[in-house]
Write a protein that binds this ligand. Structure first.
Ligand SMILES: C[S@@+](CC[C@H](N)C(=O)[O-])C[C@H]1O[C@@H](n2cnc3c(N)ncnc32)[C@H](O)[C@@H]1O
Length: 465
């Protein structure tokens, strides 16, 4: 047996539920994802004692779903009922790769059949599930070879997604797909107002937690762990934030500190007036405050969020680090409903997007999205850019970003914005950052942040005259 519990660093519960029960829950969750529900809504509904185990297995299944679907199609060309298909795909995703499988193949098949027998939606098909899975175990090598030889059948992510990646990133698309099948690293941002990176790293080291510096203020953990067990986390000494995401506040402050002083009367010189237009859960809001230069001007930060259910997370984050912003529930694209008419020195627009750059962290994303979503999101991103630009003072800086690797949500948005906003200038900016592990990027510029999420960044400056 390759292992007897799902292992990605999550702690096992004191009493582990039987595997067939976990498989049932994972298959039901997979069916729900296929019907359009996100794992971030599904997982909190699962009983706490088995949530970590279910998450670990479900994420593994979602990452291997392309292969599982292709195998299911070979084993049963006529699609079975959704509940049966979900259980079959769950079992296949967990056992097709012998080297990575969390369970021995025969154990898994026995338990999948047990799961089928104990659910009224699948019990009538338990013998069929048994036959399909046992045939897979017997004929594993030729079945895998047949599936791997047919790129029309085997797509690790939905075909439209793969085609878009290939078109947008002809050099990197295969690495992107490959990397999407592995969990992302756990990276934190050190709060320079509380401690230094070196001090926190040393403190963790003495507690047996090893990490590597990344970017300006980040530490990447060698092994992911429960964040509340990280010394200093609950006291606000650090926050979980991907290395590429940490650039948002850095680029904004770098830009602001280079801005030309506006003509008198055009701005209030006693405080930096900043806007975080799409703020929840508040990771970048907190960073904007942490990274503010000490001494001199104070910071007035307005954090907007359209979704009232996501607002408490912003406050929780700010409370933990002990800093303050004005937090409001509003549509950033309708300034008439919330703007007091005083221009901002700096704006961060972390736009709603497909999240195609963080598919490793949220492997349900690719299966939840439709191709038509991308055009709708692009339209929303442009609407927000156009609505917020007039709120920036002359000489001010707007940082646009999205955690997407699709050009339609990055470079294309900025090209189209610049084409008809002659008072906007693009400062030297990172552009599209690829989520590639170091050394895995033929023909691409240096991956100076190490292993990070996919992001797009543009720093726009407003002309003075
Ligand atoms: C990419 S997330 C922001 C992540 C956040 N900046 C962070 O670092 O923690 C985008 C957020 O924008 C919000 N949003 C979407 N449309 C909006 C709008 N028109 N006005 C304000 N917020 C919006 C979404 O609800 C979501 O919480």
């Amino acid at each position: 047996m390759a292992g007897n519990r799902p292992g990605t660093g999550e702690k096992p519960s004191a009493v582990s539920p039987p595997l067939w029960q976990l498989l049932q829950t994972v298959a039901q969750s997979l069916q729900a994802v296929r019907q359009g529900q996100s794992t971030s809504r599904l997982l909190p509904q699962i009983e706490a004692t088995r949530r970590a185990a279910v998450q670990s297995l479900l994420f593994r299944v979602l990452r291997q779903l392309g292969m599982a679907q292709a195998l299911r199609q070979r084993l049963a060309p006529r699609a079975p009922a959704p509940a049966v298909d979900a259980l079959l795909c769950t079992a296949l995703a967990l056992c097709w790769d012998e080297d990575q499988a969390p369970y021995d193949g025969h154990t898994l098949v026995n338990q999948a059949v047990e799961a089928a027998k104990r659910n009224r939606r699948t019990q009538g098909q338990a013998a069929f599930i048994n036959a399909c899975l046992r045939r897979f175990l017997r004929e594993r090598a030729p079945l895998l070879a047949a599936v791997q030889a047919d790129p029309k059948v085997l797509t690790p992510l939905p075909p439209w997604w793969v085609a878009r990646l290939q078109r947008d990133h002809p050099l990197a698309w295969q690495s992107l797909l490959q990397l999407g099948q592995h969990p992302a690293p756990m990276t934190v941002r050190v709060n320079g107002r509380h401690t230094t990176r070196e001090a926190l790293q040393a403190r963790w080291h003495s507690a047996g937690i090893t990490s590597q510096p990344v970017g300006r203020t980040g530490l990447q953990l060698d092994k992911p762990m429960d964040v509340h067990l990280l010394p200093g986390f609950d006291a606000g000494d650090c926050s979980v934030q991907d290395a590429a995401a940490q650039l948002a506040a850095e680029l904004l402050w770098d830009g602001l500190l280079q801005t030309v002083t506006p003509p008198s009367g055009a701005a209030d010189h006693s405080a930096w007036r900043l806007l975080d237009a799409c703020a929840a859960p508040g990771g970048k809001t907190a960073h904007m405050l942490e990274a503010a230069p000490s001494g001199g001007r104070s910071v007035e930060l307005l954090a907007l969020e359209i979704d009232a259910t996501r607002m408490p997370r912003i406050q929780e984050n700010l409370q933990r680090i002990g800093l303050q912003a004005q937090v409001r529930c509003a549509d950033a694209g309708e300034p008439a409903t919330w703007w007091d008419g005083r221009p901002f020195d700096g704006v961060l627009l972390d736009a709603p997007c497909s999240a195609s750059g963080i598919v490793r962290r949220h492997p349900d994303i690719a299966w939840l999205r439709r191709e038509s979503d991308i055009a709708e999101l692009a339209q929303q991103q442009s609407r927000l850019l156009e609505a917020l630009w007039p709120l920036l003072r002359p000489g001010g800086v707007l940082v646009y970003c999205s955690c997407s690797v699709f050009r339609a949500e990055g470079q294309d948005r900025i090209d189209s914005f610049l084409a008809h906003n002659t008072d906007a200038r693009l400062r030297p900016s990172p552009g599209h950052l690829m989520p590639l592990a170091p050394g895995n990027q033929p023909g691409l510029p240096d991956n100076w942040l190490g292993d990070h999420d996919g992001f797009y960044y543009a720093v726009l400056e407003k002309s003075l005259g």
